[in-house]
Design a binder for this molecule. Sequence first.
Ligand code: UDH
Ligand code: MN
Length: 348
Amino acid sequence: MGLCSPVCKILRRGKYFVLLFLSLSLLAWIATFSGETVKSAQVSPSTTQTLVKGDSLRDKLTSWTTAPDRLNTPPAKGECPEKSPLLQGAVKLSFESSLKLKDVQSDNKGVTEGEYEPPDCRARQSVAILIPHRSRERHLLYLLHHLHPFLQRQQLHYAIYVIQQAGDATFNRAKLLNIGYLEALKDYSWECFIFHDVDLVPENDHNSYVCDKQPKHLVVGRNATGYKLRYKGYFGGVTAMSKEQFLQVNGFSNIYWGWGGEDDDLRIRVELQKMKIVRPPADVARYTMVFHKRDSGNEINKDRMRLLGRTSQVWRKDGLNSCSYKTLSVERLPLYVNITVDIGKPQS
Ligand code: UDH
Ligand code: MN
């Protein structure tokens, strides 16, 4: 016993050392094994996920298993940039007599029933273009040919409405535009309206077809007037007003039959509401007017000065809220919505 005792002591202590050594080896082996599992997942060809340092394995597994779901959901479109990268600036306009409607249609495959939305981003405004029309088919074709690509370059959500006056009574541009506003709002809650003559073609796509905080006049100059504003306060040809601005002035007057006065009447309405007309820079707000003579059925309105003198008294009851008409047809053509209306005739 006296001889065995020191040896036994050493053996007894050694037992603990062996146990400690074995436990440490086991722990080291577990650590190595789990590290290799992560490494093999990292290089697995079945996943394109990249591992971020500090992620836990559970997080990684969750993200891998949810990845297929995310791929099936189309990503939400971001808002289009304030300045479209597609703009070209001043462009050379062409008015080819050989141009056909089917050519314009095949150039604008992204347009359905006159409406377009940018494919890659969410448009900043939804804009209805309203064109008063009667017997100007050639002008309409030229305008569609230029305006569709122009608006697409501006990355707008838009639709073109052509409001046709039926019959051969005296033309009434303003009433047709009121009807365009009322009818277009039945389709969609457009936030901006562009009141657009059929024969004015914009020359520069920096002339933005969106509404501002104030009513906007887009035609500073045109070829026929040496690119000068026709007169101070001119508010005709092409104008942009938001849904609310136009409602606030009760729209156009309905009682201007024949040529002239209705655009000045709208300016007075705007001024009565203490709104201020804004214009883009002159080098941008340029238009080519397709040459034409005065149309029969649109003779100068000799009564226009008298009517302009009464605007401030009558605007509340003459406008959108008193616009009576009969819709004869609404045709959803590939490039525009064609609304034909009976608007009656001037009261004698
Ligand atoms: N419009 C028609 N059909 C008509 C009359 C007018 O579609 O029969 C529409 C069309 O959108 C036109 C707008 O109303 O662009 C304004 O009419 P306008 O172009 O006749 O007016 P503008 O001031 O010309 O351009 C007036 C007579 C021009 C005489 C030219 C002499 N040099
Ligand atoms: Mn004209």
